[in-house]
Design a protein around this ligand. Structure first.
Ligand SMILES: C[S@@+](CC[C@H](N)C(=O)[O-])C[C@H]1O[C@@H](n2cnc3c(N)ncnc32)[C@H](O)[C@@H]1O
Length: 363
């Protein structure tokens, strides 16, 4: 292509667009460091704005490195800076930034995905081969810190909403749990939801199922820490769901789209549920077509990228994997697959969540 064919203004704009993506990736790395090194926590806990020297002192870090990091964060408009007449720079977090960056107990806490950024990015080394062979990698390919990142991503919201909002939205679930129910959490990850249900409803018995040994290790540790006897965690490849219609409630949080054989898992869920049982299906809020997702979901490119590096990769981690991926289970598809698995009732719950959709599915 000759120089004459190029619209130089469009070229400049396009280059800018490409490098904004690199800016996002690099600043994401800096967010990972801010979380990991306690820099956000130190800023959030200070009643006044801090100089670089004060922040470095508070976190026992090298001042020159903290200064460069602060400049990245302030230039990215993630933290506030006031530059005094003397040239002294003072840094602080807005209340909203403090919640997203440093308050692990707030539902809007957002550091989970950044926690596992190195592991997610590391997958780029192996993915060229996946593009050739078709085979992806399961969650354990991200190592133990990958499981911690997933836990930190999903726990803040679950901690605030599972018991007061989500379970009461299911017809009769809370009454059943109080009386004593047999419960399974499929794709339980680090076990937060299973432990929460077991703790709140001591007459119920909960089993968490996951194929990630790193996640299961964390779940088992959590159970031991809380000294619970009514929850256990197993790998469904050695201990599958019961096939005797004995369960009252099954939950599945953000995991069906990650599975290599989601339709088989739905059939297994159907076989294990009592005729009056409930399956709570929670999965990523997706629209029916790529065109709709692209037009209406401002996070669509993030979602498709995470899918390649994590969700779809997991769902393609064995030959013949379904490969649904992050945006691969919109309501219409979930409904059709549930019907195919033998469920006859499917109801979308009226629960507001930035990422997830909630469904009550019944035999
Ligand atoms: C995005 S994580 C969600 C974990 C957990 N539900 C949470 O909300 O924190 C998806 C989980 O599904 C698990 N998973 C994938 N395929 C599975 C399968 N066939 N059976 C059980 N778990 C599976 C993964 O190991 C991973 O822990």
């Amino acid at each position: 292509m000759s120089e004459r064919d190029l619209d130089l203004n469009a070229l400049k704009m396009y280059s800018f667009l490409v490098f904004t993506k690199l800016e996002g990736a690099v600043t994401s790395g800096m967010i990972h460091l801010g979380d990991r090194l306690g820099l956000y926590g130190a800023l959030a806990s200070s009643p006044f704005a801090l100089s670089c020297a004060q922040l470095a002192g508070k976190t026992s870090l090298h001042q020159r490195w903290v200064q460069e990091w602060l400049h990245n964060q302030a230039a990215a408009r993630l933290i506030e800076v006031t530059i005094e007449e003397s040239g002294n720079e003072l840094y602080s977090l807005t209340p909203e930034a403090a919640v997203v960056l440093a308050d692990e107990n707030h539902p809007a806490f957002g550091m989970g995905m950044f926690h596992r950024l190195p592991q997610t990015m590391e997958s780029l080394r192996a993915l060229p081969e996946s593009f050739r062979t078709g085979l992806g990698y399961d969650y354990d390919s991200h190592g133990p810190e990958g499981a911690v990142g997933i836990e930190r991503s999903f726990e803040p919201w679950s901690r605030s909403y599972l018991l007061p909002v989500v379970l009461p939205a299911l017809d009769g679930a809370v009454e059943g749990l109080m009386a004593g129910a047999q419960v399974a959490d499929i794709g339980c990850g680090a076990g937060g939801a299973a432990v929460r249900i077991a703790t709140a409803f001591p007459r119920s018995v909960v089993t968490g199922y996951d194929i990630s040994r790193f996640a299961l290790d964390r779940a088992v540790a959590k159970k031991a820490e809380q000294q619970l006897s009514n929850v256990s965690f197993v790998d469904p490849r050695s201990t599958p769901l019961p096939e005797d219609e004995s369960l009252d409630l099954i939950t599945a949080f953000d995991c069906i789209h990650d599975m290599t054989h989601p339709q088989d898992v739905m059939r297994a869920i159907r076989r294990s549920l009592k005729p009056g049982g409930i399956w709570l299906l929670v999965d990523i809020k997706a629209l029916d077509t790529f065109a709709e997702n692209m037009a209406k979901n401002p996070m669509a490119s993030l979602m498709y990228g995470i899918s390649v590096m994590s969700c779809m990769s997991s769902a393609m981690s064995v030959a013949g994997g379904a490969g649904l991926g992050t945006l691969g289970l919109p309501e219409s598809k979930a409904r059709a697959m549930a019907e195919d698995a033998g469920f006859s009732r499917f109801r979308k719950l009226d629960i507001e969540h930035s990422l997830n959709a909630f469904y009550e599915v019944r035999p």
